[in-house]
Design a protein around this ligand. Sequence first.
Ligand code: OAD
Length: 249
Amino acid sequence: MTFEANLQSLAARWSPSARWTVLTGAGISAASGIPTFRSVEGLWKNFKPEDLATPEAFARDPRRVWEWYDWRRQKIAAAFPNRGHEVLASWSQRQSGFRLITQNVDGLHERAGTASVIRFHGSIWEIRCAESCGGPGSSWTDPRAPLPELPMRCPDCRGLARPGVVWFGESIGADVLARSQEALDCDVCLVVGTSSVVYPAAGLASVARQRGAWTVEINPEPGAADVDLVIAGKAEEVLEKIDALIQRD
Ligand code: OAD
């Protein structure tokens, strides 16, 4: 099938009552100027994400891990949602069965107006006591970028604080897993802008497919996701084209 025919076949499945679930990764935010993790410009001081986003890295050098997050927070704070985020937000408002699961911690889907985002890996804007001291101020949303002190400290116990994100080797929260599993009962599952190498997120599309969803990958360098159809292209361009093809209700 041609590129145009692929877009048509996806757009033809859209209806206000269809259940579409979209899984996104860093590629959806690339056009907003936020580097993806596994691109050259995404590397910070030549560290791989697997060398920074772990409890072990934080225990070894909390200041370095915080510097990386502060660098990403500043990039995100200066960014805006792009057309890809906007199209998905408009679908979330026009389709009652729409669900969005994102691996991104940047909050751009929410800023674009997407209803009830499932944040698989947490939020970079949330900070909590690394020791789980349980004090009343030990978990908070912090919009400051740059942050005033690195490493950040818990205001209650003065121990280390950490970003409210999921690190390699940590479990996904039970509530997030349950909501994600429920969202995988869908008619169409779109996998957008992820390298599909980090589990368990990378396995979600396969579950949707096994349950009967028609699965589609949108990525300029596709290949890793278990899907029925591949649309090779940038999310912000492909989603805009599909939106233009969808019959207005
Ligand atoms: P990656 O950096 O691994 O992959 C980004 C994907 O986006 C690649 O497949 C690119 O081809 C694609 N891409 C680039 N530009 C794009 C565009 N304009 N439109 C669509 N796709 C584009 O990022 P993730 O797959 O999100 O986890 O990484 C998964 C996880 O690894 C992250 O959530 C994070 C990271 O370490 C943790 O920190 C636990």
